[in-house]
Design a protein around this ligand. Structure first.
Ligand code: ZN
Length: 130
């Protein structure tokens, strides 16, 4: 499960920040996970809960995930398309494998195919500490 190593990396980052702020406890962590990052959010949350038990600093930390909608770009007209406007059925099936989006035609020019635009980030956006 590669989410385990992602969370380990995240913890290393958090510990650095906590150290420089002389924090004794982390109460909340906010992480943004892009729709094309390949991260399975359930596994990420699970890994967080398992690994935090081993960390005095993070034991009581709550995890909040920010999951932005995907953005696509058209291969023909270069228009950026808001992924939330694409039918939910296609999105649910395709979130973890963006290759499946290749059968979606651009709603603007009706010619090009859509491909993912950004959205592969795993960002530590906020830490609340005491
Ligand atoms: Zn287009």
């Amino acid at each position: 499960m590669h989410e385990m190593s992602l969370v380990q990396g995240l913890f290393a980052q958090i510990k650095e920040v906590a150290k420089s702020h002389k924090a004794k406890k982390i109460s909340k962590v906010v992480v943004q996970i892009g729709p094309f990052s390949g991260v399975v959010t359930e596994s990420f949350s699970f890994a967080f809960d398992v690994l935090k038990e081993e960390e005095l600093l993070l034991k009581d930390a709550k995890l909040q995930l920010l999951l932005p909608d995907p953005t696509f770009m058209c291969s023909h007209c270069s228009q950026k398309i808001d992924g939330s406007k694409i039918t939910t059925q296609k999105r649910e099936n395709s979130f973890h494998n963006h290759l499946l989006f290749h059968d979606i035609k651009c709603p603007v020019c009706k010619q090009g195919l859509l491909y993912p635009y950004g959205g592969d980030e795993i960002l530590l956006t906020q830490i609340e500490m005491e």
